[in-house]
Design a protein around this ligand. Structure first.
Ligand SMILES: CC(C)(COP(=O)(O)OP(=O)(O)OC[C@H]1O[C@@H](n2cnc3c(N)ncnc32)[C@H](O)[C@@H]1OP(=O)(O)O)[C@@H](O)C(=O)NCCC(=O)NCCS
Length: 292
């Protein structure tokens, strides 16, 4: 069954005929009340597939989630240990993403994940968020899609972006924090869910000190611009460029901004429009609220 498509999502052809649907991997006690009611959006029309991580019948699905995660992050020394997935995601939080009807997915995807056609649905992306002690704020700590393992012409356009969008929409997330490494392609996605404040630009406490920590008020007006590439006039009106830059190849630029954040000289922001136009290794302008 094909449902009416929002024109913004016309390039994401894979999500329109019901053979690829959102999934929610959450224990029943953690299910969201009134999902998808905070952010008004018609993007996610199919009922999600529910999977209970504590049900042993769902183990093959969970193992495929691990395969996506490990193949995405193994090379970066960030592959999720099983205990972290269980203790910090499956128990307190919420894993969401998209899953395809196994018999309709390209064989290459099943081969990459070592998945068998005996299972009806196969995950092809994942996004993990956990609620924090700060009311309304969630921490996003994992986002991966099968796209990074496929040649460009075989990718599911927008899969990573829409996986996080679905999770934020479904769980009615008001404020989203997260972590990513400077120079990561993920910054092109993370900057489009709301104006991105840099709350940390250098994190020696992390496995990778060149990790940036961000926070945003979730705002679906920003989501559209991921697809339209239109300038965010509201951002440009509110924030102006500073003389500071972050150079992904230069830790000194990260430490310098971290000092300014700690000296209460911020808050500082990044421009999604600028990140979209730049190469991954290019220096990024740091923005600040305009005066008066
Ligand atoms: C980062 C990641 C989640 C992006 O998901 P995705 O499904 O590939 O991306 P989407 O299809 O949603 O979005 C595509 C857009 O993202 C950007 N993008 C994605 N990968 C990119 C890359 N390697 N280089 C530059 N831009 C990239 C581009 O803007 C692209 O748009 P375009 O095709 O019009 O150029 C995915 O590549 C991934 O799983 N990477 C490995 C794990 C990882 O680094 N996760 C992020 C941790 S914070």
């Amino acid at each position: 069954m094909t449902l009416p498509v929002n024109p913004l999502l016309s390039r994401a052809t894979w999500m329109h005929n019901g053979d690829i649907r959102p999934y929610v991997f959450v224990r029943p006690e953690n299910k969201i009340d009134a999902p998808g009611t905070r952010h008004k959006l018609d993007w996610f029309q199919y009922e999600p597939i529910y999977k209970n991580p504590l049900d042993l019948h769902e183990l093959p699905f969970a193992e495929a989630i691990y395969q996506i995660e490990w193949k995405s992050f193994g090379g970066q020394d960030l592959a999720i240990p099983r205990w972290v997935f269980y203790d910090c995601a499956a128990m307190p939080g919420f894993v969401a993403g998209f899953a395809g009807r196994t018999e309709k997915l390209p064989k290459k995807v099943l081969d990459i994940l070592g998945y068998s056609t005996e299972h009806e649905w196969c995950p092809i992306s994942l996004f993990i968020i956990t609620p924090t002690m700060h009311r309304g704020e969630w921490v996003a700590f994992d986002l991966c899609s099968i796209n990074s393992m496929l040649p460009k012409e075989e990718q599911f356009h927008g899969l990573g972006f829409l996986s996080k969008a679905f999770g934020l929409w479904y769980a009615n997330v008001q404020q989203c924090s997260g972590m990513t490494q400077w120079g990561s392609p993920a910054l092109k996605l993370h900057s489009h869910y709301g104006h991105l404040e840099i709350i940390g630009s250098y994190a020696p406490l992390h496995t990778h000190a060149t990790t940036m920590t961000y926070r945003c008020e979730v705002n679906t007006d920003c989501w559209e611009k991921f697809f339209t590439r239109e300038p965010d006039l509201a951002f440009l009106e509110k924030y102006g460029p500073t003389e500071f830059q972050i150079n992904p190849a230069d830790q000194a630029s990260m430490k310098s901004l971290q000092n300014k954040i700690q000296n209460q000289e911020g808050p500082f922001y990044l421009s999604a429009g600028e990140i979209a136009q730049k190469g991954l290794k290019d220096p990024l302008t740091v923005y600040r609220l305009k005066q008066g």
